[in-house]
Ligand binder design. Structure first.
Ligand code: S3P
Length: 423
């Protein structure tokens, strides 16, 4: 498809779609709790619908009631053995977190995904779940889905994480809630903490001391009312577009600003972006963001900030192509095992349009500023690469054409309509 263009920048007000990570978890916590959970502002995108389908197959009643979603919680005790293979689609979050739940269930199940998900590493989750007593087996040396799970009675572990991953941490937390004894997880770097926050919100017990998380087993949770804030990972595309395009004056409403997710705000501000947070909603960890165009400069990005902006690195790389000087992204080797290899895809596609982006073993080196031109680019079947390329197209005089644009439906089905309303 031919991508959208603008001359005047991004202007107006937008409510970005609901947070994907919190939407997945709201269904999962609703299912394993007792009583009803009501979800306001649930993200109706392909990834989260995969989570809904998996829990329906596990016997949980999930209904749309007006704009809300109602989940009739069954607790850990009443999930049902599925009648067919569970399909996580493209969603790593669905597969990895559900493994933590299924590892402790008294039945056999199998879970797989689409071609992309079936090539993503799963031993990182299965390893610790096996040490807790779960029986899990994948394909090809057990690394890849489909995964067979024979649920067992689990016991607690102390686990020092070799990688910073909220998905691995969350799978262990779901297993720990069902286990006997108290589980301790020591994070490598602090990653998004939505699972920890929701354990508290659903009436559970958890203690977090810097990078050490302690959770007693055998917990019973209670259904809640959840309001999902806007997704800062979706807001990221507008933050960068409005920062780069002269004349922009944009307001984004009720964006989630949980500190484990706001690395992009820190980096863009350090690059010189004009972003102001207002209307802070402490309860839902959300704020409105006002953005105006500003000249950007290159920065060094690495270390503890990486998990706080891991999904935003492709769009940050685009910002860097327009910044004065060199931007170096390090410690981001995890990008290689996302929906596609995002180090290679980002460098390859941006370079097709005239950028100077070098892929490295653990990140990217971007020399800016570069004038970008038209061409034909590909999403690599990855929603965030597709959206980054649409924002890139706003910067070129010539037309940019995108192949495989439908990947964007994974997290943001209304992306093109929303963007069109601002340009
Ligand atoms: C997510 C965690 C991150 C992130 C993904 C969503 C989550 O993955 O990239 O988009 O909801 O827990 P990792 O845990 O593999 O870093």
């Amino acid at each position: 498809m031919k991508l959208l263009k603008t001359k005047a920048g991004l202007k107006g007000t937008l409510t970005v779609p609901a947070d994907k990570s919190i939407s997945h978890r709201s269904i999962m916590f609703g299912a394993i709790s007792h009583g009803k959970t009501t979800i306001h502002n649930f993200l109706r995108a392909e990834d989260c619908m995969s989570t809904v389908a998996v829990f329906k197959e596990l016997g949980v009643k999930i209904k749309e009631v007006g704009q809300d979603i109602h989940v009739e919680g069954v607790g850990f005790q009443q999930l049902k053995a599925p009648n067919k293979n569970l399909d996580a689609g493209n969603s790593g979050t669905t597969m990895r977190l559900v493994l933590g739940i299924l590892a402790g269930q008294p039945f056999h199940s199998q879970i797989s995904g689409d071609a992309s998900l079936n090539r993503r590493p799963m031993e990182r989750v299965m390893g610790p779940l096996r040490s807790m007593g779960g029986e899990l087996q994948g394909q090809e040396g057990s690394e890849f889905p489909p995964i067979d799970i024979q649920g067992k009675k689990l016991s607690s572990i102390t686990y020092e994480m070799p990688i910073a991953s909220a998905q691995v941490k969350s799978a262990i937390l779901f297993a720990a809630l069902q286990a006997t004894g108290t589980t301790k997880i020591i994070e490598k770097e602090k990653s998004r903490n939505h699972t920890e926050e929701m354990i508290k919100q659903f009436g559970g017990t958890i203690s977090v001391n810097d990078k050490t998380i302690t959770v007693p087993g055998g917990q019973q949770l209670t259904g809640q009312e959840v309001t999902v804030p806007g997704d800062i990972s979706s807001a990221a595309f507008y933050l960068v577009a409005a920062s780069l395009i002269a004349g922009s004056d944009l307001h984004l409403k009720h964006v989630g600003v949980n500190p484990t997710r706001t690395g992009i705000l820190d980096v863009l501000k350090e690059m010189g972006a004009d972003i102001v947070e207002t209307a802070i909603d402490q309860k839902n960890q959300a704020a409105d963001l006002a953005i105006k165009a500003a000249p950007l400069k290159g920065v060094a990005i690495g270390g503890e900030i990486i998990p706080r902006l891991i999904d935003e690195l492709p769009i940050i790389a685009l910002a860097a192509t327009q910044a004065q000087g060199t931007t170096v992204i390090r410690d981001a080797q995890e990008l290689k095992v996302k929906e596609t290899n995002r180090i290679d895809a980002t460098a390859q596609e941006l370079n097709k349009l005239g950028a100077n982006v070098e892929p490295t073993e653990d990140g990217l080196i971007i020399h800016g500023p570069t004038k970008l031109h038209g061409g034909v680019v590909d999403s690599h079947g990855d929603h965030r690469i597709g959206m980054m390329l649409q924002i890139t197209a706003l910067l070129t005089e010539e037309t940019v054409e995108l192949t495989n644009p439908e990947a964007i439906n994974i997290s943001y089905p209304n992306f093109f309509t929303d963007l069109a309303s601002l340009i």
